[in-house]
Design a protein around this ligand. Structure first.
Ligand SMILES: Cc1ncc(COP(=O)(O)O)c(C=O)c1O
Length: 309
C-alpha cells in the first residue's frame, strides 16, 4: 500500500487498513481455491491487537472511564500488551501489563521498550492466572486503573466489525465466500463474522482454536479448558475446529519458506483451518484468513529453528 502523503498525525492513525495477500501454498492441490490473508503485522505495533487496543482506549476516552491520571492495566499474552504499550506511549498514558512468565522474551522486551510496566504471573497458571491477578489489582484500587478487559469489552470485537470486516469486503470486491480465523479473546472472529454475515449470510465462517489444553499456539485459547471470554458468541459462526500444534507449526514454516511470509504460530493454525476447509470439500471460492502477527517475535521459541525443508 502506498501512502501518498506524509502522515502528520499520531502513529495510531496507521492502525488498520492492512494488506490482503494472496496465498499460493495450496494452489497445486486446490487450483480453484483463492486464498488470501490479512497481513496484520503491518499494523504499527506489529499485530492484529493494535486494532482492539486502540478501539478500547478510545472508547474509554469517549465514555470518560479513561482520564490522563489513570494507569491502563490489562492481562495479556503479549500482543495486546505491545499494542497497549504503543498506544499508551503515543497518547501519554502509563501502562501496566500482567502476563504469564513464560511469554516470549521478545514480547517482554518490546513492551518494556515502549515504557510499559510488567507484572509477571506463574506460568503454571497460564493466561487465566494473569486475568485473575489483573482483576484483583483493579478491584483493590479501581480509581487508579482503567481496565479495558479485552475479554469482556465490546469495543474489542467492534474494532473488527468496523475495521477488519469492512476492509475484507472492499479488498475482495465482496467476493469472499469463506472466512477462517483463530480464537484468542475471540474479538477478531466475532466482530469480523458479525459484519460479514450481515452482508451475506451465506459467507461460511470457521473459528480455529488449539486442539488441546497444552498447546504451543501462543495467542490462541483452548476454550473448553479456559475462562471463556464474555465477548465469545458461539452462535455467530458456522464451525469451530481444533488445530494440532505441530501441523500449525509446519504450515507457518511452509509459508515462510515458500512464500516469504514470516508469520507467527497462530497464522499457521489459521492456515491449518484453510487447508481443512479445502480437504472437507470446499475446493473453490474465495477464502480469507487473518495472519495475526509476524514470526520475528517468536525466533527464540524455536518455531523456525528445526525441520528445514
Ligand atoms: C498471535 C495472536 N494470534 C491470534 C490472536 C487472537 O485474536 P483475538 O484475541 O482477536 O481472538 C491473538 C490475540 O491475542 C494473538 O496474540
Amino acid at each position: 500500500m502506498v501512502r501518498s502523503r506524509a502522515e502528520t498525525g499520531s502513529i495510531v492513525r496507521l492502525v488498520g487498513n492492512t494488506p490482503l495477500i494472496r496465498i499460493r501454498l495450496f494452489e497445486a492441490e486446490f487450483p480453484e481455491l483463492e486464498v488470501y490473508a490479512k497481513a496484520e503485522w503491518f499494523n504499527p505495533g506489529g499485530s492484529v491487537k493494535d486494532r482492539a487496543a486502540l478501539a478500547m482506549v478510545e472508547d474509554g476516552e469517549r465514555t470518560g472511564a479513561l482520564t490522563p491520571d489513570k494507569v491502563i492495566i490489562d492481562s495479556t499474552s503479549g500482543n495486546t500488551g505491545i499494542a497497549y504499550a504503543m498506544v499508551g506511549a503515543a497518547k501519554g498514558y502509563h501502562v501496566q501489563l500482567v502476563m504469564p512468565e513464560n511469554v516470549s522474551g521478545e514480547r517482554k522486551s518490546l513492551v518494556e521498550a515502549y515504557g510499559a510496566e510488567i507484572t509477571l504471573r506463574d506460568a503454571m497458571e497460564g493466561p487465566d492466572g494473569a486475568i485473575r491477578l489483573c482483576r484483583q489489582l483493579n478491584a483493590e484500587d479501581p480509581d487508579r486503573y482503567f481496565y479495558p478487559d479485552q475479554y469482556s469489552n465490546p469495543a474489542n470485537w467492534r474494532a473488527h466489525y468496523d475495521g477488519t470486516a469492512v476492509e475484507i469486503l472492499e479488498q475482495t470486491d465482496g467476493r469472499i465466500t469463506h472466512f477462517v480465523a483463530g480464537l484468542g479473546t475471540t474479538g477478531t472472529f466475532v466482530g469480523t463474522t458479525r459484519r460479514l454475515k450481515e452482508r451475506d449470510r451465506s459467507i461460511c465462517c470457521v473459528a480455529v482454536q488449539p486442539d488441546d489444553a497444552f498447546h504451543g499456539l501462543e495467542g490462541l485459547k483452548h476454550l473448553p479448558s479456559s475462562i471463556v471470554p464474555k465477548i465469545w458468541d458461539p452462535s455467530v459462526g458456522d464451525a469451530l475446529w481444533g488445530a494440532p500444534t505441530e501441523a500449525a507449526y509446519d504450515l507457518a514454516r511452509a509459508v515462510a519458506r515458500k512464500e516469504g511470509l514470516l508469520v507467527g504460530h497462530s497464522s499457521g493454525a489459521a492456515l491449518w483451518g484453510v487447508r481443512r476447509l479445502a480437504e472437507s470439500g470446499v475446493t473453490g471460492g474465495v477464502v480469507v484468513t487473518v495472519f495475526p502477527d509476524g514470526g520475528d517475535r517468536y525466533l527464540s521459541t524455536g518455531l523456525y529453528k528445526h525441520r528445514r525443508r
